[in-house]
Design a protein around this ligand. Structure first.
Ligand SMILES: O=C(O)C[C@H]1C=CC(=O)O1
Ligand SMILES: [Mn+2]
Length: 385
């Protein structure tokens, strides 16, 4: 039995290392909602709710995530035995509709606490438990410039950090986008797998042309080429096109996963904990995909360290992760806000082994990047006078 001790939610804004150009927004910084819960014994759990480009990607914004947690979810937690994470989240689901990103942040914090209480990693609390300790990690080339993207890809290969690259397209004319992808495929050759994400920006006709041309230039996978709610068109493209179609924005948890699988509307699922509505729900999406013979990929909402590691614990439990993961979010930010650096090496991310999430926030960095910070932004520099 454990009762809620305290709850604190706040937004941190961390600049990106370069502009990140997507079809629907160009990011210069990432806004992450951090939730910190304690129980009556003082055990702390952290969670993260993060989306991309304000309201341009999905239906929740950083501000709405924080407000849903503070106003509607925390009062429910106050009535629960928060040691029972499944029962607590079931009660939250009865009281709060939708708001998957907010629920995921809270469920993450509860699982972090539960793991710490039990002395086991979160991955051991999901499904059948952990089956792997490292995850292959893709990088997104999205500087908006082909030459710069090739140089960045070469650098990542040299550093042995990434050999899977996702290109963000859909903003320009289809033929211009394909020329950009083709140039990168040609430059990186067999040293890398190149995939694209259109973020729903094509019509079905554009997708027919684009997917055929992309296959011809060596692109391995096409993510969400058209609107995620048009399952009939996704099914037509999945059947007719040689390049596999990956569902991303179409997936909102187990029920949508079942609908997509039944309609034959995707060959690959992008698993995302926030979009699914939490870690348990993401594991259920994975199970539906596996049962339907759909390939799995560990997706990201470009979360920082907390959301990335929460995702990593789930992906570490997936028996077959044919397409790897894209858990590079913290590397796109100028600072990880964690006390210990994450283990990116040998084209992979190490899944922490400590209790709970196995990570801790760095309080100074959090104080520095908090949107509501009261301390001065820059420390005074001594002149030696
Ligand atoms: O999948 C998305 O749409 C979101 C995201 C993942 C990688 C990236 O660069 O953006
Ligand atoms: Mn996507």
């Amino acid at each position: 039995m454990a009762m809620l001790g305290s709850a604190d939610t706040f937004i941190v804004d961390v600049p990106t290392i370069r502009p990140h150009v997507l079809a629907m927004a160009t990011m210069h910084s990432q806004a992450m909602v951090i939730v910190r819960l304690t129980d009556g014994e003082g055990i702390e759990g952290v969670g993260e709710g993060t989306t991309i480009g304000g309201l341009s990607y999905g239906e929740e914004s950083p501000e709405s995530i924080k407000s849903a947690i503070d106003t509607y979810i925390v009062p429910v937690l106050e009535t629960c035995d928060i040691a029972r994470v499944g029962a607590t989240m079931a009660k939250v689901a009865r009281c709060v509709r939708g708001n998957h990103f907010a629920k995921c942040a809270v469920e993450t914090a509860l699982l972090d606490m539960a793991g710490k209480r039990l002395g086991i990693p979160v991955s051991e609390l999901i499904g059948r438990g952990r089956v792997r300790d490292t995850l292959p990690v893709a990088w997104t080339l999205a500087s908006g410039d082909t030459v710069r993207d090739i140089a960045e890809g070469e650098k990542m290969l040299d550093l042995a950090r990434h050999r899977i690259f996702k290109l963000k397209i859909g903003k320009r004319d289809v033929r211009d986008d394909v020329a950009h992808v083709g140039a990168i495929c040609k430059a990186l050759g067999s040293r890398a797998s190149v995939r694209v994400d259109v973020n729903q920006n094509w019509s079905e006709a554009q997708a027919k042309l684009g997917m055929a041309m992309l296959h011809d230039v060596g692109c391995d996978l096409v993510e969400q080429p058209i609107a995620g709610d048009d399952l009939a068109a996704m099914a037509r493209l999945t059947t007719a096109q040689a390049a596999p179609l990956m569902a991303d924005e179409a997936l909102h948890g187990p029920r949508s996963a079942l609908r997509i699988a039944s309609a034959g509307a995707a060959g690959v699922f992008a698993l995302k904990i926030a979009q699914s509505g939490g870690l348990f729900a993401a594991a259920e999406v994975a199970a539906i995909g596996t049962a339907a013979g759909i390939g799995l990929y560990g997706g990201t909402m470009l979360e920082g360290g907390v959301g990335t590691i929460a995702s990593a614990h789930v992906f570490a439990t997936v028996p077959e992760l044919a397409w790897g993961t894209e858990l590079f979010g913290p590397l796109l930010q100028v600072e990880e806000i964690l006390s210990q650096p994450l283990g990116y090496a040998d084209f992979s991310l190490a899944v922490p082994t400590g209790p709970g999430l196995g990570i801790a926030l760095d309080d100074d960095k959090v104080a520095f990047f908090r949107r509501d910070r009261t301390a001065p932004l820059f420390h005074a520099v001594s002149t030696g006078a």
